[in-house]
Ligand binder design. Structure first.
Ligand code: C5P
Length: 233
C-alpha cells in the first residue's frame, strides 16, 4: 500500500464571508476553521503528514496554538496568487519526504465539516486506482444559467452532473505533472488539471455536509453541523 499525505492550501487572502480575517482563520466553535481540516486528516491512520500551505506574508497562522498536532503537521509558507499555484508550490516544498507514487489528498481549508466517514470512503474507494479521484455530490437542484440581471437564459439538464468537493486524491507525480501543464487562473480544482492530461478521475459519492464555506450563510451552516456532531459525541 502506498503512503498517503495531505496538503491543505490555506493561502487565500480574501473573504466573501464579509470579514477582514481570511476565512480559513474565522472562528468556528472556538477554533479557527483550518483546525478542523487538520484534525480530521491528521487523525486518519493512513495519513502520515499534513502539509499546510500559507501565504509568505501570512500574519494569522502564528496567532493560534497548533502544538497539539505535533510534528505530523508541517507548515510551508509558500502560498501563491492562485489556489493551484499554492498547491503546486506546496507539492514542491514536500521535497524528498514524499515519493512520486505516494498519494496526496488535497483538501480546502474552507471545508471544515469533512467527516472521518467521508475520508475513509474516499481512501477506500480510490484504493490503488490508476488515476485517483475525488469526493463529489450528485447535483439535486435544477440548474439554470442566467444573465447579469438574474434573468434565466436556459435550464440545463442535471443528468450526469456532480459537484466536485475535496479532498481530491492523486499520486504526487501525476498531480505535479498535471498542474505544471495548466493555466493556473483557469483551474479551480486539482482534478480538472488531471483531466486535461486525458485522464478520468473517479468520483466517490459524498454528502452535502462537506460544504465549502464561501458566504456568511455557509459559516452558520458549518457551525450547526459541527455543533450537532459535538453534541452527539
Ligand atoms: O477562495 P476559495 O474558496 O476558492 O479557496 C479554496 C482554498 O484554496 C482555500 O483553502 C484557500 O485558502 C486556498 N487558496 C490558496 N491560495 C490562493 C487562493 C486560495 O491556498 N491564492
Amino acid at each position: 500500500m502506498m503512503r498517503c499525505v495531505a496538503l491543505i492550501p490555506a493561502a487565500g487572502t480574501g473573504s466573501r464571508v464579509g470579514d477582514e480575517c481570511p476565512k480559513q482563520y474565522l472562528t468556528l466553535l472556538g477554533k479557527p476553521m483550518l483546525a478542523y481540516s487538520i484534525e480530521v486528516l491528521i487523525n486518519h491512520p493512513r495519513i502520515a503528514t499534513v502539509f499546510v500551505v500559507v501565504a509568505p506574508e501570512d500574519s494569522w497562522f502564528e496567532r493560534f496554538n497548533w502544538s497539539e498536532f505535533g510534528s505530523e503537521l508541517q507548515v510551508v509558507r509558500v502560498g501563491g496568487a492562485t489556489r493551484s499555484k499554492s498547491v503546486t508550490r506546496g507539492l514542491k516544498a514536500m521535497g524528498d519526504a514524499v515519493s512520486p507514487d505516494d498519494w496526496v489528498l488535497v483538501h480546502d481549508a474552507a471545508r471544515p465539516c469533512l467527516s472521518n466517514t467521508l475520508l475513509d470512503r474516499l481512501i477506500a474507494g480510490i484504493g490503488e486506482d490508476d488515476v485517483g479521484g475525488l469526493l463529489a455530490c450528485r447535483i439535486a437542484d435544477t440548474i439554470k444559467s442566467a444573465d447579469t440581471h438574474h434573468r434565466v437564459i436556459e435550464t440545463r439538464s442535471r443528468h450526469g452532473l456532480w459537484g466536485a468537493q475535496t479532498p481530491q486524491m492523486f499520486r504526487r507525480g501525476l498531480l505535479e505533472r498535471a498542474l505544471s501543464a495548466v493555466d493556473s487562473e483557469e483551474i479551480t480544482d486539482d482534478a480538472s488539471a488531471v483531466e486535461q492530461l486525458g485522464y478520468q478521475p473517479l468520483l466517490i459519492e459524498s454528502e452535502v455536509e462537506n460544504l465549502k464555506v464561501t458566504y456568511a450563510g455557509d459559516l452558520r451552516l458549518a457551525q450547526t453541523i459541527l455543533e450537532s456532531r459535538r453534541d452527539n459525541q
